[in-house]
Design a protein around this ligand. Structure first.
Ligand SMILES: [Zn+2]
Length: 286
C-alpha cells in the first residue's frame, strides 16, 4: 500500500509538467480527482469534440473502427492467455512471472493473493470489459456527455497535441481534470494515428525474441492491454496501474520494466503488457 501512495505522490508531483491530467503512452501518468468507478456495461467509439484544446477529436473512420475491433480481439486473446496461466497453481514462481512482477518472497499463505489479484483485476477484468457490447456513436460528444458506464474510444487527429508528441494512445478516467477544467463523465481512451499504424503481433513477437528486445514495439492489441491497466472502472483502485518513472524516463521498454523495484513492477502498466506478450511469445515456457 505504501508503494501505491508513493506512486500517487510521484505522479501528482508531475502534474505541473504534464498538463490536462492525461495519462498517455510516452508521458508520465497524472492521477486526477477521481469519481467512484462504476461497472462498465458497453464499449463505444465516438467523436469527442470540445472547444478546449487539446481534447478536440476527429471521428474514427470506417477503417479505424475495423482496426480497433481487431485490436480488441487481439487484446482479449493476450489477456485471456495471461490470465489462464495465472490460474495454474504455483504460477507466481515461474520465470515469466518473476521477470515482470518480481520474485514472490512473501510467505506462501499470502503470496498467491498478489498473483490472484493481478489475474482478476489486470487480466480477467480487462478481458471482460473489452468484450462488452460494442456500439458506434455518430453524435459528437463533449466530455461531460460521456456515458459513465461505457468505455469510450475516440480517434484523435494527427494535429492533436499529444499525437504530435508521438503518443500512441491515452486514457482519461472520469472526473474533473484541473489542467483543462473539463469534467469527464466517463472513461475515454484516445487513439492517435500511430495506434492504427502499429506493427502486427507477429512482428512484435519477433522483436521481443530478437537481439534488440529493448526496441520491442507495441502491437495495437498490446497497446490496449497497456491502456486498460489505467482504466479505474476496470481494474479498481487497488490494482490500477500507472506509468512508473525511472530517472526522467517512463518505464516502457523491456530493460526499464525489468529494472523496476518489485513493488513498482506490479504497478507499472507496461509490465502487465510485457507479461502478456511474454506468455504469448513463449507459450510452453514454465
Ligand atoms: Zn500508460
Amino acid at each position: 500500500m505504501r508503494g501505491i501512495f508513493g506512486l500517487l505522490f510521484t505522479t501528482l508531483a508531475l502534474g505541473h509538467v504534464v498538463p490536462y491530467g492525461l495519462d498517455a503512452d510516452n508521458t508520465p501518468a497524472l492521477l486526477e480527482r477521481q469519481v467512484q468507478p462504476v461497472r462498465l456495461t458497453s464499449v463505444k467509439v465516438a467523436p469527442i469534440r470540445t472547444s478546449e484544446y487539446p481534447f478536440a477529436s476527429g471521428e474514427c473512420d470506417n477503417g479505424q473502427v475495423v482496426k480497433l475491433q481487431a485490436a480488441i480481439i487481439e487484446a482479449r486473446e493476450l489477456l485471456s492467455t495471461a490470465g489462464d496461466l495465472l490460474k495454474n497453481k504455483g504460477s507466481q514462481f515461474t520465470d515469466t512471472y518473476e521477470e515482470w512482477f518480481g520474485p514472490d518472497k512473501t510467505p506462501c499463505f499470502t503470496c498467491s493473493k498478489v498473483s490472484e489479484s493481478i489475474r482478476k483485476h489486470n487480466f480477467e477484468a480487462p478481458h471482460r470489459d473489452l468484450g462488452l457490447p460494442f456500439e458506434r456513436i455518430g453524435q459528437t460528444l463533449s466530455p461531460n456527455q460521456l456515458d459513465p458506464r461505457a468505455l469510450t474510444f475516440t480517434c484523435w487527429p494527427i494535429g492533436e497535441d499529444h499525437c504530435q508528441a508521438r503518443f500512441i494512445a491515452g486514457t482519461i478516467n472520469p472526473g474533473l481534470h484541473p489542467g483543462s477544467g473539463l469534467d469527464f463523465a466517463g472513461t475515454l481512451i484516445g487513439l492517435c494515428p500511430r495506434f492504427f499504424d502499429s506493427p502486427d503481433l507477429q512482428t512484435v513477437i519477433q522483436q521481443f525474441q530478437g537481439s534488440n528486445q529493448h526496441q520491442t514495439e507495441n502491437s495495437a492489441g498490446l497497446t490496449l492491454v497497456h491502456e486498460m491497466q489505467h482504466v479505474l472502472a476496470t481494474t479498481g483502485t487497488k490494482r490500477n496501474c500507472t506509468d512508473v518513472i525511472v530517472g526522467n524516463a517512463v518505464a516502457y521498454d523491456t530493460e526499464r520494466c525489468r529494472g523496476l523495484s518489485n513493488e513498482d513492477k506490479i504497478k507499472n502498466a507496461q509490465n502487465m503488457a510485457f507479461f502478456a506478450l511474454d506468455v504469448r511469445a513463449n507459450q510452453g515456457r514454465g
